[in-house]
Design a protein. Structure first.
Lengths: 173, 274, 127
């Protein structure tokens, strides 16, 4: 595998941690479970089974910048994101959901999950405002903790992924 | 498949026998929601099939899991805060005046669930009484083995610390461990947790100066309520204080208690010579 | 009683406002700290403000500092409602002058418990 070298010489002591050294899927699942129970509904479960994503997917994400820098990305079908929005708003949901409502609610779920992921990582770190659209690309496949679940039978993923390219393999002298 | 009437009745009977807690008709949804995770752990898809399998092949561990899953509920920290205010405003000053300087005060949190009540008491005393950790010991008991283990660990989820714990107390007495919050070691040392079924003869404990027995009696029928109050009284000092839940009273249940109003709450004290 | 709910998420504003309205509060909303300050300077000074931390234009911590700098708003109770949940962040918010702190995600019961602690609920509801 080739990696992009920034030209900087790094000593081994300066190695960045990758996410798999800091957090595991079970932790991400417990964070998501809490968010779902509290916000989406008391009886809402995330079943830890990978599902089929439809063609039309939507992502929401927040950046974490600190000792570990990366992005917490939620991805699901657009219809499922709409369902999440309705569940989140409950009685306050408008009859017709607009794209803006979905972006806002799905983004807020990313904010809640991301904020709690951040708190489980070494700090201090800063949290960005949420963004919604096409998921940011994975920069370093070794720096990803990815959870795939089903919500009401529909596929949903939560990916905690590093924003920085892989470090160059240290040269042996 | 939804829960059959036979399965529900069997679960009700089991829960009543083991815990004396009465599950009213209409609580089928609760049985479904609480037992489904256990059924799934055993590879059984629905609650009725799970109950059938436990009925036909009796196993005390499964019975216990069922009872535990149905008799625990969510607690918040300063749940109905007045009985805690009464502890620091009235009860502790009275007890400290009545006891010698080297006498250790004993407080019992009966039905302590995951530990919010005993640690609320520990935090309040730590903040208001110099040397609290050497002067007071807190016994926490619960029916559930799992709840006792959780109390010992002193770890709480984000959702749990959100429930009525003042933020100033959270930052003063807890540290973050991963996604959870852990109570300070000083407070954990004040609290001893063990299993105890209030509906059965009690282990040797106490004598207690203060007992918190809140939101427990409501689940029991009258004869069980009377038996529990009698057993609790036997473990209390003659000048001790008993706190019940806001909706509970000894009146009309057991007339060997005197009700004392403290601020907005009430405590019950053993009647002399009763 | 009146409450101002400040959050950049419309969904979250609806959730918090809905809970407060169920408890009998008259609620006003703002989408960031700056808008929140404008409501206050406009003369609508509530008993309670709930405020998110991460927001565009003016964040919740800056909002708390701005409110605390004005003695006329001293009686107002401020509760942060945010997904920022590190120990140090909670200490910073309390030091800046927030009275309480609710971590997202939260349930309606959690909000109610905190309001009971702050003495902002009638006793019979606080059960």
């Amino acid at each position: 595998m080739s990696s992009t070298d920034t030209g900087e010489r790094r000593r081994s002591g300066e190695a960045r941690p990758v996410i798999t050294e800091l957090i595991d899927e079970a932790t991400v699942q417990s964070i998501a479970d809490d968010a779902w129970t509290a916000l989406v509904g008391e009886d809402e479960f995330l079943v830890p089974i990978a599902g089929e994503f439809p063609g039309d997917v939507l992502s929401s994400w927040v950046d974490v910048v600190g000792p570990w820098t990366g992005t917490v990305v939620l991805t699901t079908g657009r219809e499922t994101a709409a369902g999440l929005t309705r569940a989140l708003l409950g009685d306050h949901a408008p009859a017709e959901l607009e794209d803006e409502d979905i972006a806002d609610a799905f983004g807020e779920i990313a904010n809640v999950v991301g904020g709690n992921v951040k708190a489980a990582l070494p700090g201090p770190s800063a949290l960005s405002l949420p963004d919604v659209g096409h998921a940011p690309a994975v920069r370093n496949p070794a720096d990803v903790c990815r959870l795939e679940v089903l919500w009401r039978g529909e596929a949903l993923s939560i990916s905690v992924q590093g924003a920085l390219p892989a470090l160059p393999v240290p040269h042996q002298h | 498949m939804t829960l059959t009437a036979t399965s529900f009745d069997w679960v009700r009977a089991l829960v009543h026998k083991e815990s004396a807690i009465v599950l009213q008709p209409g609580k089928e949804y609760l049985v479904e929601a609480r037992l489904l995770p256990i059924a799934r752990q055993m590879g059984i898809a629905d609650v009725s099939s799970f109950v059938d399998s436990v009925r036909t092949r009796p196993n005390p561990d499964h019975n216990r899991q069922i009872v535990e899953a149905l008799t625990t509920n969510e607690t918040s920290w300063f749940r109905d805060g007045d009985p805690f205010t009464a502890l620091t405003s009235t009860v502790m000053p009275a007890l400290l005046a009545a006891r010698g300087p080297n006498e250790r005060l004993q407080i019992w949190s009966a039905a302590s669930s995951s530990g919010q009540e005993p640690y609320t008491i520990a935090m309040l005393l730590e903040d208001s009484l110099p040397g609290a950790s050497t002067r007071v010991s807190i016994t926490a008991t619960d029916l559930s083995r799992q709840m006792v283990a959780r109390t010992r660990a002193g770890r709480f989820s984000q959702l749990e610390v959100n429930r009525g714990l003042p933020a100033t107390m959270l930052v003063r007495h807890f540290t973050r461990v991963g996604t959870e919050w852990e109570v300070a070691p000083t407070l954990r040392r004040m609290v001893t947790a063990s299993e105890c079924n209030l509906a059965a003869p009690l282990p040797r404990m106490g004598p207690f100066d203060v007992v918190y027995l809140r939101n427990v009696l409501i689940y029991f029928d009258l004869p069980t309520k009377q038996a529990i109050l009698r057993r609790v009284r036997d473990l209390m000092r003659p000048d001790g204080w008993l706190f019940l839940g806001a909706a509970e009273t000894t009146l009309g249940v057991d007339d060997t208690w005197e009700r004392v109003v403290i601020g907005r709450s009430s405590a019950y004290r053993p009647l002399k010579g009763a | 009683m009146r409450a101002l709910v400040i959050d950049d998420s419309r969904a979250m504003r609806r959730i918090v406002s809905g809970t407060l309205e169920d408890l009998g509060f008259e609620v006003n909303q703002a989408g960031d700290g700056q808008q929140g300050l404008e409501v206050l300077t406009g003369g609508w000074v509530p008993e309670l403000v709930t405020v998110d931390w991460n927001m565009p234009v003016m964040d919740g911590l800056q909002f708390v500092a701005a409110v605390r700098a004005n003695p006329a708003w001293r009686a107002m109770t401020i509760m942060m409602v945010t997904s920022e949940s590190e120990h140090t962040q909670i200490v910073r918010a309390l030091a800046a002058g927030a009275h309480e702190y609710v971590i997202k995600p939260f349930t309606a019961d959690a909000l109610r418990d905190k309001l009971a602690l702050l003495g902002l609920l009638p006793q019979e509801v606080a059960l």
